[in-house]
Design a protein. Sequence first.
Length: 450
Amino acid sequence: MKKFGFWLVSGMLLQVGTVSADPARVLNKNDRYKNLELFQKVLQFVERNYVDSTQNDVLVHGAIRGMLETLDPHSNFLTAEVYRDMKIDTSGKFGGIGIEVGIKDDVLTVIVPMEDSPAWRAGIQPGDRIVRINGESTKGFSLSEAISRMRGKNGSSLNMTFYRKGWNRFKTVNLKREEIKIRSVRHQELEPGFGYVKLSSFNENAARDVRQAIEKLEAKGKLKGLIFDLRMNPGGLLDQAVDVTSLFIDEGVVVSTIGKDPTQKEVRMAKKGESRKELPLVVLVNSSTASAAEIVSAALQDHHRAMILGETTFGKGSVQTIIELGNEMGLKLTVARYYSPSGASIQERGVIPDIVLEEYDPKLLAQAKIKRDATRERDLKGHLANPEAASSRDDFSVQEFKEKGKNASSAEADENGEMTPVRFDPKEDYQTREALKYLKSFEVFKKIKS
């Protein structure tokens, strides 16, 4: 059971696994010994001569973290505390502030806040730059450093300072860590015969909950069409991605994964018995639709089973596994890329919708205070390249952010740095209303054809 997803400020659960080395790529023994000898020399010199006292385990753990940070942003060394936290993520209940983060342009950046979490209630949005954590500048922070500082006991406070494109000043908010209970699936009847289901994450009950939501909509009368909302969905368990896809197709490839050895290809097929093959389907996606959510979107698109509508997705097409290191520590390592049924890699590129539709109604855009600053996989420091395409600890200044985003329109500016939760009602959402129009047109064209 592999998992796809970002760093959550709460942790994640991945199946413990083992990875074998490719003998052809193993370093020459002499080179390896020379490198280990160099490491040992530096370690001894630091321990003997550094101005303050040092701890051997702290130095070694720091070296391991530094090694992994030369890889992609999803490979990490897991200390005992982080490793324990990761084991409870997919149960749908965990502690934290409820945001997922990445490094964009060398700045710690919010990927997505979880609905109803402390971060969401504070008005934090995708694209917000995290400037300080508890008064300490994040400039030069690695991802693991930032996450370790955001973790803490439930009920404890966390001060965070943000910058959003268009602001003239930073905004500091006080968050209280709490147990995050994910309501993975929401559903609603938009109009008689037309249903809406939103999946927030691919936890261990995702497929079951989506199926039950559809059944509840069907209990109200025959469904003429369904809108399946995967916007702001950061991913989750691969098994659940396969099972959710199998609710709409019952044969064919859902996803394949290829690791370092291209001859070792793992293919996951749709499961029979659950599919609603004739139900007209529109899938909503945006720049925060990632990983397992991209697997589902790409599979339904390649099988011509659904219309994909919205914005190009995040573009995380890599597979991570967890290796136990002993003493409750672990290693999260990227071991493969995944591919859509047509053989395309989603890495960097994302899933391109059949119909590209901006988040806001163009007529109302001028009235909107904030247009979301999209962050995608290709923006993250050290991301894997698509195989089909080719710091100091000083503080930030508002001016350097304004210089980077000086072409921002006035519609994106919020002079006072206000942060309010984004309240969501499917019936008032522009993309949902447009998707409903497409579903209705499907009924019209069926009549014309007949």
